[in-house]
Design a protein around this ligand. Structure first.
Ligand SMILES: [Zn+2]
Ligand SMILES: [Zn+2]
Length: 114
């Protein structure tokens, strides 16, 4: 071993995620018709702020240029969508709390013996 490490390659030449993250809403609004993907409500330009860009895989850093991870949802449907995701995570998450696995009265016997 000579301790000579090759220089680390520079960061990948892809566009920094911040720029895409800031523009994804604009891009998605240009790419898709201004219709909620759930309830089908259409949005005029004046109410466009009620239309939000949802990330299908719930990863806000995942912004492919073809828009495949985006979905336009109205505020309500977007809320619902995330609520459902929260519920899903609740049920899938493993139980980490170890309460109520022992015998609740195990110690009581000893107390009564005394
Ligand atoms: Zn909707
Ligand atoms: Zn979302």
């Amino acid at each position: 071993m000579r301790g000579r490490k090759p220089p680390k390659p520079a960061a990948p030449a892809a566009a920094p995620p911040t720029s895409a993250g800031q523009n994804y809403r604009d891009l998605a609004l240009k790419m898709y018709p201004h219709v909620c993907g759930r309830c089908g409500r259409t949005f005029a330009h004046s109410s466009l702020h009620e239309l939000t860009v949802h990330h299908r895989n719930h990863n806000h850093d995942d912004n492919p240029a073809d828009g495949s991870n985006w979905e336009l949802l109205c505020l309500y449907c977007h809320d619902n969508e995330h609520q459902r995701q929260v519920e899903r995570q609740k049920t899938v998450a493993p139980r980490t709390t170890g309460v109520a696995t022992g015998q609740p009265f195990a110690g009581l016997k000893d107390l009564l013996k005394k």
